[in-house]
Design a protein around this ligand. Structure first.
Ligand SMILES: *[C@@H]1O[C@H](CO)[C@@H](O)[C@H](O)[C@H]1NC(C)=O
Ligand SMILES: *[C@@H]1O[C@H](CO)[C@@H](O)[C@H](O)[C@H]1NC(C)=O
Ligand SMILES: *[C@@H]1O[C@H](CO)[C@@H](O)[C@H](O)[C@H]1NC(C)=O
Ligand SMILES: *[C@@H]1O[C@H](CO)[C@@H](O)[C@H](O)[C@H]1NC(C)=O
Ligand SMILES: *[C@@H]1O[C@H](CO)[C@@H](O)[C@H](O)[C@H]1NC(C)=O
Length: 948
């Protein structure tokens, strides 16, 4: 039995080995479900408290691995063997301090490696060996202080490197990186550099570097004196510089001729120095100056506004009074950010000159109205006014900014809109009004804006959509009205003929009306309870009849079971012939009626949560055979039998978490041939033999991933509570079978022992029996034929006594008395099997004369002859046997010849030695014996010789 088990284990292992792509019961990872079965395989092992890379848990075909947020301390060579398809590896937020040389050698396809937030202190020579495809390497937030000169030699395709927040001191330490042939972006923010001087670097070729982030170093000196960065576009010197300020040494303007972006934030630098910098950059387009109040007070912006190439100016976080007034001459700008600058109002005329301004951000300020100044910005396209104190929008606010396409007004105090506000905005596409105190649209959307595509007003005070409220929004595609409590009056959505996505919160009283939304594809309804429940209009579901294009329908009730059903009968879904996803969370009280999806034959994803489905009728599934995803979480399910009663052959994803499943009959999964993802977390499993089949299936099936199966815990029986389901010893359940095996193998052993015992000790008895049997067959055959006897007597003797037979016996019996004798040497047919000859001879003769001597007794054949003859004696009740003793044989010597001794005891026999000189009498006795007929034994005839 042990051997069998071992064999099975080996077989199972072999199967795994041969099928490395199919590792299904993962211990600490989940293969993320993807709608598209051909999509890249994504493995999620994040947030698992793992201390090592999980062995045997990474299928070979994965493309993306999340191992972030664990406790891994070391990466070893065997961690990532044979994962030639992995493209992205996330290992951030671990405790990795060591990476063995060659650990990544098999990751030839890896393009992105995230090792940030770990404990690496050095990068050794071969740490990245094999990563020839890597383009992005994030090493930020480690404590790296040493980089081997060859550490990056293998990373010939590397483009982006982050070494942010490490302990690097000298610029020469990053030389191996700057040498990379494809390097474009290098972040060495938050290190310990005190200077950056190109004269310290010895690069063979010039670098491809485009972006260099040196921010938050104690950098005193920035010097580019050699032409090694001809492609450099962006330099970040935020929080650099020490007491007497950052020194910038670039003797030749041409060395930075392509720098377009320069970022300063809290940089310690003198006005003279920064002016020098700004004047040395001929191509500067984007300047960021955050927390640079001191220099701004010293009129830095006057210099900035003189940079003719400048287009984008970020001044956020500069809390300087009247900041905008300092920008009067910045007429060249197209983008301006003044977020979080403690602005209460935009100084009059400050933006007047910015005729080219396209994007203006004024968010996180104290503005109470849309600044008048924007009216002069006739090219403005994007206006960000989020998070201010604007309470009202005026009719003139956007009078002249007819180019506006995006307005962000969220997080303000706007209470009402007027129809004139957006009237002129023929190009407006995005309007964000969420988090306001809006109570009415004031007819704003009845006539436009005609190009509006996205309108969001989540979390406002709106309560009702009246008929025609959105009449003018014929281009609207996305409407978000969640976190409100909105009654939708009849005809409210008229005009939204291109709306594709609608999210809306409505009270449970269900004033639905979706007339006019013929193009709607995605509808999300959040249901709120307000006051007491009133039954809806019995025909309310007619409101859904117009949603003919709907593909994704989600209804969610956010209140704890509120005790009445939001009725979604079949009629509601009747016209949604294209419905693919249906989600009802906390909506039904009991299982939906069996005909609910009668018209939704294309349904692929069905999610019903927080509903009592214990009385589910399997007929529900009959019309939806294309179902791929089924999520019945939190549904009081006690059994999975319903799955076996329906055809769900396309089902790939099954989530049944938080139910009341205690015992699972694994045979139900046979009816789900496409199932690859099964989540049964948080069910009160019973850990006894009733689940043995399921446990076995979880660990051995090679198709369905049972998500987190190793974390499933036992709820029953009491003694097993809290233990892991898969730790339950199923072997103990196979005891019955085992016992049978034990019994049968025991029997086999006993039988083998017995037969070898028999063979050893009783083989003669056995062969005797065999020949008796042969004799019996022969006899009955002969009897049937009734052939006359060929010989008078068959003489059975041993070769040693042949001389006597020929010299003494033959002359008397054949020549004198005239008997026909059968002698095996003379009369046996050559070529016939000896046994057949013997039986033929015995049965072909009337009598059998046994010439008994010591040799005779020892001869196997002779004793068989006797046995056969004696069988005939008993069988035919005929006296066929004549025993002729050639020598005296003591009784004890006869004892092994049990049968003979019996014969000798029972009847008389002829003894040659006893005859002595009177051989005449002896032969006369033989004659008498031969003469006796075939009749039943006649004792008289055989008496005598013994007394001779
Ligand atoms: C500099 O920038 C221009 C415009 O982006 C580009 O065409 C040119 O190739 C760049 N020169 C170098 C050396 O990168
Ligand atoms: C900016 O405004 C905040 C809030 O009113 C205030 O606490 C802070 O002192 C202001 N900062 C400056 C520099 O004016
Ligand atoms: C609006 O734009 C027109 C034409 O560009 C201009 O004449 C007018 O002064 C602008 N109005 C305001 C209030 O700036
Ligand atoms: C099923 O559909 C819902 C709603 O669209 C979606 O949130 C969910 O992710 C889908 N489930 C799967 C497994 O794709
Ligand atoms: C599991 O289900 C199959 C098919 O319905 C049934 O034949 C079998 O008896 C069940 N097994 C258990 C242990 O209930």
């Amino acid at each position: 039995i042990m051997r069998m088990k071992k064999l099975l284990v080996i077989l199972a292992f072999l199967q795994l080995y041969l099928n490395p792509l199919l590792a299904y019961s993962l211990r600490s990872c989940v293969i993320v479900y993807s709608k598209n079965p051909a999509a890249d395989v994504v493995l999620n092992c994040a947030n698992r408290k793992l201390t090592t890379v999980p062995e045997n848990d990474i299928p070979r075909n994965v493309s993306l691995i999340y191992l972030s947020n664990n406790h891994i301390e070391r990466i070893t060579k065997k961690d990532f063997g044979n994962l030639s398809k992995v493209r992205i590896l996330h290992m951030q937020f671990n405790k990795i301090a060591h990476v063995d040389d060659g650990s990544f050698i098999h990751l030839g396809a890896l393009t992105k490696l995230f090792l940030n937030e770990n404990s690496l202190t050095s990068l050794t020579a071969n740490i990245f060996q094999g990563l020839s495809s890597l383009t992005v390497l994030d090493l930020s937030s480690n404590t790296i202080q040493f980089i081997h000169a060859s550490a990056f030699q293998f990373l010939t395709n590397l483009k982006n490197v982050s070494l942010e927040q490490n302990n690097l001191h000298k610029i020469t330490e990053i030389q191996p990186i700057l040498q990379l042939p494809r390097l474009q972006k290098l972040i060495v923010r938050l290190n310990l550099f005190t200077s950056f001087e190109t004269k310290d670097l010895q690069l063979n070729v010039s670098s491809c570097l485009k972006e260099l982030d040196l921010s938050e170093n104690k950098l005193n000196y920035f010097s580019i004196t050699t032409p090694i960065f001809p492609h450099l576009q962006s330099i970040d010197l935020s929080k650099c510089g020490q007491d007497d300020g950052l020194k910038w040494d670039i003797p030749d303007k041409a060395l930075l001729k392509n720098v377009t972006q320069l970022y300063f934030c809290k940089t310690l630098i003198s006005l003279e120095e920064i002016q020098k910098v700004l004047q040395s950059l001929d191509s500067l387009k984007h300047l960021r100056l955050n927390y640079m109040e001191k220099l701004i007070h010293k009129h830095l912006l006057a210099t900035v506004c003189k940079i003719p190439t400048l287009r984008k100016l970020d001044l956020y976080w500069n809390k300087v009074p009247n900041l905008s007034a300092k920008l009067v001459s910045c007429s060249q700008l197209s983008e301006l950010k003044l977020s979080e600058t403690n602005m209460t109002e935009l100084s009059k005329g400050s933006l007047q000159s910015m005729k080219r301004l396209q994007s203006l951000a004024l968010d996180k300020n104290f503005l109470t109205k849309v600044p008048d100044d924007i009216r002069s910005l006739s090219y403005l396209e994007i206006l960000v006014l989020s998070d201010n104190y604007i309470s009202e929008l005026g009719c003139d606010d956007f009078l002249n900014t007819t180019q506006l396409s995006e307005i962000y007004l969220d997080i303000n105090g706007i209470t009402r809109l007027h129809s004139c506000v957006f009237e002129k905005l023929h190009n407006l596409k995005v309007l964000e009004l969420s988090y306001n105190m809006l109570r009415t649209f004031g007819g704003s959307f009845k006539i436009g804006p005609p190009a509006l595509e996205m309108l969001h007003f989540s979390k406002t005070y709106l309560t009702v959509f009246e008929k025609g409220d959105f009449q003018g929004l014929s281009s609207l595609k996305d409407l978000d009205a969640t976190n409100n409590n909105i009654r939708v009056k009849h005809g409210a959505f008229e005009g939204l003929k291109n709306l594709e996505t609608l999210s809306i919160s409505i009270p449970s009283e269900q004033y639905y009306n979706f007339r006019g939304l013929e193009r709607l594809e995605i509808l999300t309804i959040y249901v709120y309870m307000e006051g007491t429940f009133k039954h809806p209009d019995p025909n309310y579901y007619e409101a859904f009849y117009h949603l003919k294009s709907l593909k994704v329908f989600t209804v969610i009730c956010n209140i704890d079971h509120f005790g009445f059903p939001l009725y979604i009968p079949m009629q509601t879904l009747e016209s949604m012939r294209h419905l693919e996803d249906f989600t009802a969370d906390n909506i039904y009280i009991t299982a939906p009626a069996p005909d609910t999806f009668r018209f939704n034959t294309l349904l692929k994803n069905l999610t019903i949560r927080h509903t009592d489905l214990s009385d589910l009728d399997p007929e529900l599934f009959y019309p939806i055979p294309n179902l791929e995803v089924l999520d019945f979480s939190n549904c009081y399910l006690k059994s999975l039998d319903f799955l076996a009663q329906v055809d769900l052959s396309a089902l790939r994803y099954l989530k049944l978490t938080d139910n009341e499943l205690t015992v699972i009959n694994e045979t139900v999964f046979q009816s789900l041939p496409a199932l690859t993802y099964l989540d049964l977390d948080n069910n009160p499993f019973t850990c006894d033999c009733s689940n043995a089949g399921f446990i076995q299936w979880v660990t051995s099936n090679d198709q369905t991933q049972v998500v987190n199966a190793h974390q499933y815990t036992c709820s029953f029986p009491g003694a097993e509570q809290g233990r892991k389901l898969l730790d339950f010893d199923v072997q103990s359940c196979w005891m019955d079978v085992g016992f049978l095996c034990f019994i049968s193998s025991t029997c086999l052993v006993v039988l083998t022992l017995l037969s070898s015992f028999i063979y050893h000790f009783l083989r003669w008895q056995l062969s005797y029996g065999f020949y008796l049997f042969l004799a019996f067959l022969y006899d009955s055959r002969k009897k049937k034929k009734g052939t006359p006897h060929q010989f008078d007597a068959f003489v059975s003797y041993n070769v040693h006594d042949e001389a006597w037979v020929y010299r003494e016996m033959l002359p008397v019996l054949e020549e004198e008395q005239g008997w026909r004798l059968c002698l095996h040497h003379r009369d046996f047919q050559p070529g016939k099997p000896i046994m057949e000859n013997i039986t033929d001879a015995i049965y072909g003769s009337r009598k059998t004369i046994c010439v008994i001597s010591q040799h005779y007794l020892q001869s196997e054949w002779c004793s068989r002859e006797i046995q056969m003859a004696s069988f005939r004696l008993f069988d035919e009740q005929k006296d066929v046997l004549i025993l002729l003793f050639l020598e005296e044989i003591p009784d004890q010597q006869l004892s092994p010849y049990y049968r003979m001794r019996k014969l000798v005891k029972r009847r008389t026999y002829l003894s040659w030695p006893q005859a002595g000189q009177h051989t005449g009498v002896f032969w006369q006795n033989v004659r008498r014996a031969l003469e006796t007929g075939d009749g039943p034994t006649d004792n008289n005839l055989l008496t005598g010789p013994a007394q001779c």
